[in-house]
Design a protein around this ligand. Structure first.
Ligand code: SAM
Length: 197
């Protein structure tokens, strides 16, 4: 079985959240089109999206961060199996502790949804000129736009935070935001307008 199919199955069986099919297609198309040299990914899980992005071009280098030890170790093994370990580096740690001066052409944010704005502020200095942030789960399974689907207070609070963040992304004058509600779980590609770099 192809490695990616195997990862999709493992993720499904173990309830590991990975990017949805059309979301990952959108992301890999974006990578092929923009040709980033360096990518930072926040939220590795088992390495599915990192492997997909790395497969787009053999020059791409990826730093990817995962807090969960078991998932992170699986990701390291999966990346080794794909012989991508020389260009995909998994950091088993909390995103909050990842400090670097490196510049990235694409920063893919796919970890704690309530922290998206903070992550964006944290890593703004690491975005290369002309680089983009990509955010996933901005619709959170339809619940951000249809609160009647929400079953718990905690999820309600989370959806409110995602909605506030999304509104801010769309309306903030210093940013250029391409939000696609119909792609995967809601994806946005965000860049900083030139005069604000
Ligand atoms: C949606 S999954 C990532 C899926 C992956 N990008 C993919 O599509 O294959 C989000 C991951 O972020 C991790 N995460 C959440 N908070 C984190 C933090 N503060 N530091 C590092 N990783 C974190 C979770 O453990 C989880 O595995």
């Amino acid at each position: 079985m192809d490695k990616l199919k195997q990862l999709e199955q493992t993720a499904k069986e173990n309830h590991v959240p990975i990017m949805m099919k059309d979301g990952i297609e959108f992301l890999t198309d974006l990578v092929k089109e923009r040709k980033p040299k360096r990518i930072l990914e926040l939220g590795t899980a088992i390495g599915y999206s990192a492997i997909q992005m790395a497969r787009c071009d053999e020059k791409i280098e990826i730093d990817t961060i995962e807090l969960d030890e078991e998932r992170g170790k699986q990701a390291i093994q999966n990346i080794l199996d794909e012989q991508l370990d020389h260009r995909v580096h998994v950091y088993l740690m909390n995103i909050d502790d990842y400090k670097t001066d490196k510049k990235y052409d694409l920063i893919f944010v796919d970890a704690a949804k309530a922290q998206y704005r903070r992550y964006m502020e944290m890593f703004m200095k690491n975005l290369s000129e002309g680089g983009v942030f990509v955010f996933d789960n901005l619709c959170f399974h339809g619940m951000v736009d249809d609160p009647s689907l929400i079953k718990s207070r905690q999820t309600r609070q989370l959806c409110r935070k995602i909605r506030d963040f999304r509104d801010w992304l769309i309306h903030e004058e210093t940013l250029e935001c391409d939000f696609r509600a119909n792609i995967g779980d809601g994806v946005a590609v965000v860049s900083v307008k030139n005069e604000n770099l």
